[in-house]
Design a protein. Sequence first.
Length: 143
Amino acid sequence: MIKIELTEPKILKCECCGGTTKSLTRFVYQDGDAFAIYYATFAENHPEKIVTAVVSIGDWGCDEVPPDRVAFALRLWEQQNNYSVTITDQSESPWKSSRVLGRMLDREEALKHPWIEEVFHITDHMTADDPEIKAFFEDETIH
């Protein structure tokens, strides 16, 4: 069972339009154990409704970054009342330089990785269980 620990979003000013950009950090637990984290960001005033995110999976029980921790760059959007996800190359990720996430995979390697189904499982929970992401896609404001 997946559980997402919510943290307070960071509200930033969008550099291109001056509107509001939200940045999220979320901790993911599976059966009570630390399993993954994800970062997500979206601009509320942009006409395209896209969430840019990264999911990092691996050992989260230690302070140093273990060699098996890897990160998957992605984008989420709504299309015909369904959510779509695409895995992107690390060069497209705002977190490409983050060391804590582990090695960020490029699209081709990520799609072949044995944890890719876990990533898609987490993205299902992002759109179903994360109130900030849900509100963004539903054009609602969270206070």
